[in-house]
Structure formats: structure tokens, C-alpha cells
Design a protein around this ligand. Structure first.
Ligand code: DLL
Length: 433
């Protein structure tokens, strides 16, 4: 097994905790001394850097939210001067103002090192050809993976998104061994390849997928692996913490969060209290070494659990389990909480169901109504109404059992629902209109 930086990645847990404490203390002193914004924040909750005496004292520090970046648009919160910055990324800002993230040379170095460790943990290295099919540009996916892959000595094919047929030709011609893209885009690539008469499994050298930037389920992983003949690894990050940073290892059992890079907490989203390992809550991170845009107890909004045990691979850093969704993705349907990921999980367990679905939420009179549109699997598709009726009944029954509410199901032909090159949009909530 290859390990990029064994000294850090295999560090005994107590040493790692001491390192985190030292980094936290340094960060807090630096921000209190030099940043008006952070000093004010700390004073508002009555905490001084001297009060941080053990690692758990991180809980005394105030939270940060995405709106802190929006309110300080574009860069008044930065703790590095213009002369020190070497890169900006800008998030698309689906709601409200976009957020701008700045990087110093050290910020880029730490980001790249983090991805180098992660890609190595996924089994990649020299001799691999990595097709980076995340968007290049303001989005962090393309450039983040690009520099991380170069750092480990792999060969990068910087295709970015789009022009899918060409991507598939290049994948074949240049003997691509790994692809980094959203799971949705890989599904699309697989389908377009089939239309071109190419099987990714049999006619390419693809062995690994580094898939993330959107929620996906273990069932989807299984389908992708079985269909395309690859191993699919989950990759996680957000622009505010730099970009894509953390992945699973060969165990495929949780995403390693490098503890010298980020201090992870799981918070009860309602009370703000810290939760124990294994308890489900909102992921909150303190990025320990960021120079240009430090994030302290940043409430990311993603729901997950943390596993603190040393991984079977020997890496000692904590792992987060698959993201179940975002706090703000949760749909409240007739008073019941529903995460789109639960729906994906339930649907993909049914072999007659294809890989694509869409959730439409509407209001009928005073009641919420949810319609799940599902593609039937190509193998299961027939023109016989009676077959389709029984699949629909099965799907409705399964969803009712999992979600505890009745849901309308509409079966559609394979290839009908929209396909996505970047992050997918699976939920249409018409109640918002
Ligand atoms: O999506 C960074 C990234 C690029 C991650 C490439 C992975 C690969 P943002 O655009 O700021 O950054 O969006 C961050 O996307 O808070 C999650 O809600 C979601 N997300 C990212 N990775 C995953 C994942 C990039 N593996 C937001 N599983 C996050 C589930 C994910 N959700």
C-alpha cells in the first residue's frame, strides 16, 4: 500500500491531537491579534485566545457561516493582503451573492498536499492517467484535482466538463486509468459511450473514479462499479475550506479528514452542541493552517457522522461517513423530514429501476405532494402495461416504507430525465416559486 506522507498520515492519535492543539492555538492568536473581524467575533462571545487550553476548548469559539463570507463580499474578511494572494475561486452562489475564496502560496501548497495524500490513498500514482472532468475555472474541482494529480506524478488529462464524445475517445486513445468527475457526469459518460458502441468496462483502461461534489449513495456506488468495472471513491470538500480535499482509501469506509488540515466537529444543527462520534449532525470544520481565509468552526451544512477509530488502512485521522444531504436540502413533506439521499438509497435497491430519478414537490391545496419520476432500467423496460404497473406499485410501496409518507411515482422510459455534466439537480421544489 502506498502512503503519500506516512509521518503525518500514520501519526499516533495522541501526537495528532497535540499537533491539532498547537495549530489551533497559533491560529486563534494570529487571528485575534491581526484580524478585526475575528477579534470582534471572539469578543462577542467573551472568549480570549488564553482560554483555549485544550483541544476541546475549540467549542468556546464562535461559529462561522456562509453568510459571513457573503456579508463581507468580496474580500474584506481576508487575512492576507492582495500582494500575498495568488489565486481566487468563486462559488456559483445559487442563492444570493457568490462567495470569493482567496489563496496564498501556502494555501495552495496545503490544498495540493491534501489531494496528493487522498489520491494516493485511492491507489493512484505515477503511471496513472487521470482525466479531470470537473469544471476548470471558478469552480475548485478542476484545478484542485489537476494540481493534486500532478503532485503525485500522475499524468493529467484536463478535459474539464462537456464534449462528452471527445472525452470518451481521449479516454480510449490515451489509456486513461482514472476519472475525476461528479457521479452524475460519470453516469452520463457511461451512457454516451454505450451509444457510441463503447463499453467503459471492456473497451477502456479505466480502473478508478474519484467521484464527489454532490451527494450520492452506496447503492449508486455499487451500480457504477458493477456497470463500468471500476472502483469508485468518494471525494469531499467545499470551496470555503479550499476545494476538494479528502477522499476514502482502498477500504471505501469513510472519508479521511486530514487532522493537520482541518479539525472536524459534528454539531447538533438546532442547539449548536457538539455531538459524539457516530451521532448524526452538521459537519463543522476549523481549517487549521489557512492564511488568506481562515475558517473557524465553519458550519458547512452537510449532514454526516464521524468515526474516530483508526482506519483498517492504518491511517490515524478521523473519517466522516457518506454525506446524507444538506441541512437545507431536507424536504419537509406534510411535516415529515425527507432527504433526497434516502430516496436514492431506496430506489436503487430495486433492480427494475434505472439510474436516474427526479423529485418534484408541489402544493396541492394546503397539502404538500411529492412526485418521484423514475427511469425504468433498460433491461426491465417493456411495453406491457401490466409489467409497468407492478414495478410502479413496488416502487411506491418501497418509498412508503422508507419515508413513512405516500408518494406518487411516475415511471418514465430510459433516457428521458435530464443528464448533468457537473452537479446534478434532482429536486424541483415548486412550493418555492
Ligand atoms: O463541490 C468541491 C468539490 C469539488 C468536492 C470536486 C469534490 C469534488 P462547492 O461547490 O463549494 O465545492 O460545494 C460544496 O458540495 O458542502 C456538499 O454539500 C457538496 N459535496 C461536495 N462533495 C460531496 C460529496 C465542491 N462527496 C458542497 N458528497 C458541500 C456529498 C458533497 N456532497
Amino acid at each position: 500500500m502506498q502512503v503519500w506522507d506516512p509521518r503525518i498520515e500514520m501519526m499516533p492519535r495522541d501526537e495528532l491531537l497535540r499537533l491539532q492543539y498547537r495549530l489551533l492555538k497559533t491560529l486563534v492568536y494570529r487571528l485575534y491579534s491581526f484580524s478585526e473581524f475575528y477579534r470582534r467575533r471572539m469578543k462577542d462571545v467573551g472568549v480570549h485566545p488564553d482560554d483555549i487550553r485544550v483541544l476541546e476548548d475549540v467549542q468556546k469559539l464562535p461559529f462561522m457561516y456562509k453568510h459571513d463570507l457573503r456579508d463581507n463580499y468580496p474580500d474584506t474578511i481576508f487575512t492576507a493582503s492582495r500582494e500575498e494572494l495568488v489565486r481566487y475561486h468563486v462559488s456559483s452562489g445559487t442563492t444570493g451573492k457568490p462567495t470569493v475564496v482567496g489563496y496564498t502560496p501556502n494555501d495552495l501548497k496545503n490544498w495540493t498536499e491534501s489531494i496528493a495524500r487522498s489520491l494516493t490513498a485511492c491507489g493512484l500514482g505515477r503511471g496513472d492517467v487521470i482525466q479531470v472532468s470537473y469544471g476548470y475555472g471558478l469552480f475548485t474541482g478542476g484545478l484542485g484535482l489537476h494540481y493534486g494529480a500532478e503532485r503525485i506524478g500522475a499524468t493529467v488529462l484536463p478535459t474539464s466538463v462537456g464534449n462528452t464524445e471527445r472525452q470518451i475517445e481521449l479516454m480510449q486513445d490515451l489509456h486513461v486509468t482514472a476519472i475525476a468527475c461528479t457521479p452524475s457526469y460519470l453516469l452520463h459518460i457511461g451512457e454516451v459511450a454505450e451509444k457510441m458502441g463503447i463499453s467503459i468496462r471492456d473497451d477502456t483502461d479505466l480502473q478508478r473514479g474519484i467521484l464527489g461534489a454532490e451527494p450520492w449513495s452506496d447503492e449508486m456506488r455499487k451500480r457504477i462499479q458493477d456497470w463500468l468495472g471500476i472502483r469508485a471513491y468518494d471525494i469531499y470538500g467545499t470551496s470555503e475550506i479550499s476545494g476538494p480535499m479528502f477522499t476514502e482509501c482502498a477500504e471505501q469506509n469513510g472519508i479521511h479528514i486530514w487532522g493537520d488540515i482541518a479539525l472536524t466537529e459534528i454539531i447538533d444543527p438546532d442547539t449548536g452542541e457538539s455531538l459524539a462520534p457516530g451521532e448524526k449532525g452538521e459537519l463543522t470544520m476549523t481549517v487549521l493552517q489557512k492564511e488568506a481565509l481562515p475558517m473557524i468552526r465553519y458550519r458547512i451544512g452537510d449532514i454526516t457522522t464521524v468515526d474516530d477509530d483508526v482506519c483498517a488502512c492504518g491511517r490515524s485521522h478521523p473519517r466522516i461517513m457518506r454525506i446524507m444531504g444538506r441541512v437545507d436540502d431536507m424536504l419537509i413533506i406534510r411535516g415529515i423530514n425527507v432527504f433526497p439521499s434516502q430516496i436514492e438509497h431506496a430506489l436503487l435497491e430495486i433492480p427494475e429501476v434505472g439510474r436516474h430519478f427526479q423529485i418534484i414537490v408541489d402544493r396541492k391545496g394546503v397539502l404538500d405532494a411529492m412526485l418521484v419520476r423514475v427511469e425504468v432500467a433498460a433491461e426491465a423496460f417493456s411495453d406491457k402495461i401490466s409489467d409497468l404497473m407492478s414495478i410502479r406499485k413496488l416502487v411506491e410501496h418501497r418509498l412508503k416504507t422508507v419515508l413513512n409518507i405516500g408518494v406518487d411515482v411516475e415511471l418514465v422510459e430510459p433516457g428521458t430525465l435530464p443528464r448533468f455534466e457537473g452537479k446534478s439537480k434532482k429536486v424541483i421544489d415548486r412550493r418555492e416559486l
